[in-house]
Design a protein around this ligand. Sequence first.
Ligand code: 4GY
Length: 226
Amino acid sequence: MRVDVLTLFPSAFEGGPLDVSIIKRAREDRLLALHVHDIREHATDRHRSVDDYPFGGGQGMVMRVDVLDTALTHVQAEEAEPGLVVFLTPQGEVLNDAIVRELATHPRLVLVSGRYEGVDQRFIDNRVDREISIGDYIVTGGELPAMVLIDAVARHIPGTLGDEASPEEESFADGLLEHPQYTRPAEYNGWTVPEILLSGHHANIEKWKRDQREERTRERRPDLLE
Ligand code: 4GY
């Protein structure tokens, strides 16, 4: 899969979470090709401005439709496949496991990370396919949301997780939270591990894990059981 990001802060994507561990490996193995583009390269005036005051007044600045439109056209033209254009915004559909899996089926995603108070609505109306939020809170710009989305989607590209893990065997694949986990030592500071996990009785252990998952989901996230 190819992912393009349009941002005013391309350096935010360097040496961060997309350059370590599983995602680093996916990129090295060419399962994920990440291309980060600086929106400011498409500014046209002598001040290289990418934002302006909002019509009708109000707080802060708005990202310009012309600069964004030109930047997106330029980036999309790098390949025959234009990609699905996603704008990260608290106004979007809240990201979940189903959306992550759907996005992972696309050969190319083009993510737009905004800054300032927002983006001219004409860009969203005419050039964006999907508006997605990573949750009901505000961050300073769309870069962290884009990285969250890229990480979550990349885990669903076949080969990314290697042989050990499959996203199908994880929480949310079947709509339940995970059971608690323990490792050695079996006792620390008088803190013990549930006896059943040390019993070696496979069938009982599997039943216990399932019960724990259901109880946790009921207590913590009853909305998932709807
Ligand atoms: N939450 N999910 C989020 C956000 C802030 C565009 C600059 C979120 O996706 N994005 O909080 N984004 C951005 C939005 C203008 C500020």
